[in-house]
Design a protein around this ligand. Structure first.
Ligand SMILES: *Cc1c(COP(=O)(O)O)cnc(C)c1O
Length: 344
């Protein structure tokens, strides 16, 4: 066994494990049957997230995927459509759930390199009221998207355009706290233009599970029924919600450390021959590796305990910083990476 090889896991911020203090908070949680509305810890979490995002109500759900699906199904009826980016998680990475389970048609649009959708594309794809067309009901944006922060002026313009056409607006804010901390703005400001926002607790915030969907009380009540329908009604789940409360209290401001570590990692990788590094806005770094060295470089990293996500024959790598990889881990990973080039 390779017990001696230390592991530095940069694949995703989902790999974080609950700390001893978080586990202690979970063990101490007051619980009840949440399907009966009896779990005080879940209620506290739902209220806290709703308040922080400036919305009326919140709904605790097992995953970000279920949160987005519930939002889409709460906003759209069967035969409606939502406008969304080709790269958006709730279009591309959620197994087509809105179509399969909600009979909701996506209208995907190209994401620009900065993650935005062109306003002209959005406007051109809002269908008139005509029996030939699905009813366009919703604009769904994502912030951060691929680690990039959507410019708030853009968000204001896109949602204003949607409103002029009577569309609702949903934000997949899985990492919206990263966007808020990186810009030094209240998360409420980023949430304000949207009816509903979905936030992940299990990414950089470090909880083992859970997302919260926030929005108007009536829509969240509809969402509560959908959650039950989708199998997401859970019982003494305060034991998990306690991890979310702990994360909100202790792990939001420290996202700045992840962003600083991502900068250091990006700068170090950019110095290595042939690597093309996109400077990160937050905690996600994309690295283009020349095709002739890509498989060997990926193999070298893996052999030395540095885990990254690779795609397209390992020519495109994703490195994500999070609370389980500190500055020392970043420096170690850079050392491992640089040795690959030193030995050639
Ligand atoms: C991770 C993620 C989700 C889904 O969350 P899961 O808990 O993995 O289902 C949704 N949207 C974005 C942008 C994400 O990064």
């Amino acid at each position: 066994m390779s017990a001696a090889v230390l592991q530095y896991d940069f694949r995703s911020d989902t790999v974080t494990r609950p700390s001893p203090a978080m586990r202690a908070a979970m063990a101490a949680a007051e619980v009840g049957d949440d399907v009966f509305g009896d779990d005080p810890t879940v209620k506290r979490l739902e209220q806290q997230v709703a308040e922080r995002l400036g919305k009326e109500a919140g709904l605790y759900v097992p995953s970000g995927t279920q949160s987005n699906l519930i939002a889409l199904m709460a906003h759209c009826e069967r035969g409606d459509e939502y406008i969304v980016g080709q790269q958006a998680h709730c279009y591309r990475w959620e197994a087509g759930g809105a179509a399969v389970l909600g009979s909701i048609q996506p209208q995907p649009l190209a994401n620009q390199p900065d993650g935005t959708l062109l306003l002209a594309d959005i406007e051109a794809n809002i269908k008139p009221d005509d029996p030939h067309y699905a009813r366009t009901r919703l604009l769904a944006l994502e912030n951060t998207i691929g680690g990039k922060i959507l410019p708030q002026t853009y968000v204001e313009a896109a949602t204003a355009l949607a409103r002029r056409h009577s569309l609702s607006c949903h934000l997949d804010g899985a990492r919206v706290f990263n966007a808020a901390v990186a810009q030094g703005v209240p998360v409420e400001t980023l949430a304000r233009p949207f009816d509903t926002v979905s936030v992940c607790l299990s990414k950089g915030l470090g909880a083992p599970i859970g997302s919260v969907l926030v929005g108007p009380a009536a829509l969240i009540a509809k969402g509560r029924r959908l959650r039950k329908m989708l199998g997401g009604g859970l019982r003494q789940v305060g034991i998990l919600a306690a991890a979310g409360l702990y994360a909100l209290e202790h792990n939001v401001e420290r996202l700045a450390d992840d962003h600083a570590n991502a900068q250091a990692l990006a700068q170090g990788l950019a110095k290595l021959p042939g690597l093309k590094v996109t400077p990160p806005d937050t905690n996600i770094i994309f690295v283009e590796v020349p095709a002739d060295i890509a498989p060997a470089f990926a193999e070298h990293l893996a052999q030395h305990g540095v885990k990254v996500t690779s795609a397209y024959g390992a020519t495109r790598q994703r490195w994500v910083t999070h609370l389980d990889v500190d500055r020392a881990a970043v420096e170690q990973a850079l050392l491992v990476a640089s040795r690959f080039f030193a030995n050639r």
